[in-house]
Design a protein around this ligand. Structure first.
Ligand code: FAD
Length: 443
């Protein structure tokens, strides 16, 4: 079992199911010496890679600088669920901004889903898609609220949810934990590291020059342009895109606005997977920091990929594989032969408002970051918005102006986030316990 979260020396990615099964990842040299470009993109996650791809396709000279490997961070370690929406709920956004603004944002998030699908299918890499559909299930008993939410999302946002009552859930899963669900056929799930590799390759084919192991240590103005410095080199560019997420990039104001939040994934073998899960799409529960999972691989290679838990601690938790295996068995006790193969952690970047930071900081300095836990579609959308702004002066990024760069509170902010998570976790357990009692009384 690979459960220490260490970097694999052979390919520089953290030990994960994705790193073990990735195909043909591109690799790039370290930046040495000084270069010029129209745009310098900092960060080779999906936000930076998508921006680089779109800018290069529009004819801009692009240099991308990545501190580790492209796709090394959240973008190559995530759950792989591609669906519309943001980390913040669209109904909360509607309350804050009004329905027209919320609809425009939702539409952009749907474009992000389409962008990912089109990149994959247009390049003949259908193997990156592992399955279609997403079933979200409730563990408490409030089916009326679930149905109302689905109706609103269908009526006002064109979402395609279908309500699955308790007695029909058995078609999808065999578990006593869930009370009802919402099925959406449009989302799909992917091998995220292969997808990051694909976007990087497409960007390279379009002319974007990429450097790995090239951490940016400073960004400053020099003679009317930006000078982006690494230990061994520098890039001079008119525009710079900051896409460094939770890892503490070179721009202090952005760093201070981002709260790094850790979350965890395992893959596990079991001969009894078919007794528990009968659905090839993604599955999740609706708790505030709930479980999300899916079957990956084929034939003898079939595994359960399970993600869950969040914390503001950065160190790798001891016995992570055992902890997540316990979570799995609490939902599927029939998986008593479960053997964890890989366990890994990933870091998400959150702003205090839970929305991405997308926009222009002035003088050609752009930002596309803080995509939180809902980043596959939104990084595609954000990377594209910034590229279109630079190339065509497109101002759709202004839809994100209400979500400005605010200080995340440093250590106090992290502590407050952790306490809020514990509070929400407590509320989830409380609601579940109530639902359990109610159904026991009904019997
Ligand atoms: C475990 C996990 C599960 C998730 N599951 C899902 C999911 O199922 N669906 C979904 O939509 N989203 C999910 N997410 C969220 C999603 O993965 C992220 O929102 C998204 O990948 C963020 O992309 P990014 O490009 O902004 O950042 P990252 O992927 O974090 O990339 C940032 C890059 O910047 C580089 N960098 C940082 N500082 C510097 C510097 N100074 N110089 C050069 N390079 C630098 C880093 O090395 C890193 O590679 C999950 C996240 C995690 C961690």
């Amino acid at each position: 079992m690979n459960s220490d979260g260490k970097i694999d020396a052979a390919h520089g990615h953290v030990g994960s199911y994705y790193a073990a099964t990735a195909h043909d990842l591109p690799s790039f040299a370290m930046l040495e010496g000084r270069r010029e470009a129209d745009v310098c993109v900092i960060g080779g996650g999906l936000a930076g890679l998508t921006a680089a791809l779109e800018l290069a396709r529009a004819g801009r000279e692009v240099v991308l600088l990545e501190a580790n490997r492209v796709g090394w961070a959240a973008s190559g370690r995530n759950g792989g669920f591609v669906s519309a929406g943001f980390s913040e709920s669209i109904l909360n956004l509607e309350e804050r901004l009004g329905i027209d603004h919320a609809r425009a944002l939702y539409k952009l998030s749907v474009e992000g889903v389409d962008h990912v699908r089109n990149r994959i299918t247009d390049s003949g890499r259908g193997d990156i898609i592992g399955g279609h559909g997403w079933l979200k299930m409730i563990r408490h008993g409030d089916t009326t609220a679930l149905m109302r939410m689905a109706e609103r999302m269908q009526r006002d946002y064109g979402a395609t949810y279908c309500f699955v009552p308790h007695d029909e859930l058995a078609q999808y899963v065999t578990s006593g934990r869930y009370r009802a669900g919402l099925l959406d056929e449009v989302p799909f799930h992917i091998h995220p590291l292969d997808y990051a590799g694909l976007v990087s390759r497409l960007a390279a084919e379009a002319g974007a020059v990429q450097f790995e192991t090239s951490q940016v240590i400073a960004v400053r103005r020099e003679a009317g342009a930006w000078l982006v410095e690494t230990v061994r080199g520098a890039v001079e560019a008119r525009d710079v895109v900051l896409a460094t997420s939770a890892y503490g990039g070179p721009w202090r104001r952005i760093n201070g606005a981002i709260l790094p939040v850790s979350t965890y994934v395992v893959t596990a073998r079991s001969r009894k997977l078919d007794e528990a899960i009968h659905f090839s799409g993604g599955l999740a529960d609706t708790r505030r920091a709930g479980d999300y999972y899916r079957i990956v691989g084929k034939g003898d290679g079939r595994r359960l990929l399970w993600g869950g838990r969040i914390t503001t601690r950065r160190s790798f938790p001891p016995h992570l594989g055992d902890k997540l295996a316990r979570d799995i068995r609490s939902v599927y006790p029939q998986l008593d032969d479960l053997a964890v193969e890989h366990a890994w952690a990933g870091l998400m970047g959150y702003a205090t408002h839970k929305m991405p930071l997308i926009g222009h900081l002035g003088q050609g300095l752009w930002v596309a970051t803080a995509f939180g836990g809902h980043g596959i579609n939104t990084t595609a959308m954000g990377g594209r918005l910034i590229a279109e702004a630079i190339v065509h002066n497109d101002d759709r990024w202004r839809l994100f102006e209400p979500f400005s760069v605010k200080w995340g509170g440093g250590i106090i902010g992290r502590l407050a986030t952790q306490i809020e998570y514990w509070r929400l976790q407590f509320l989830d357990r409380f609601e579940e316990a109530l639902a359990g009692r109610a159904s026991a009384l009904e019997r």
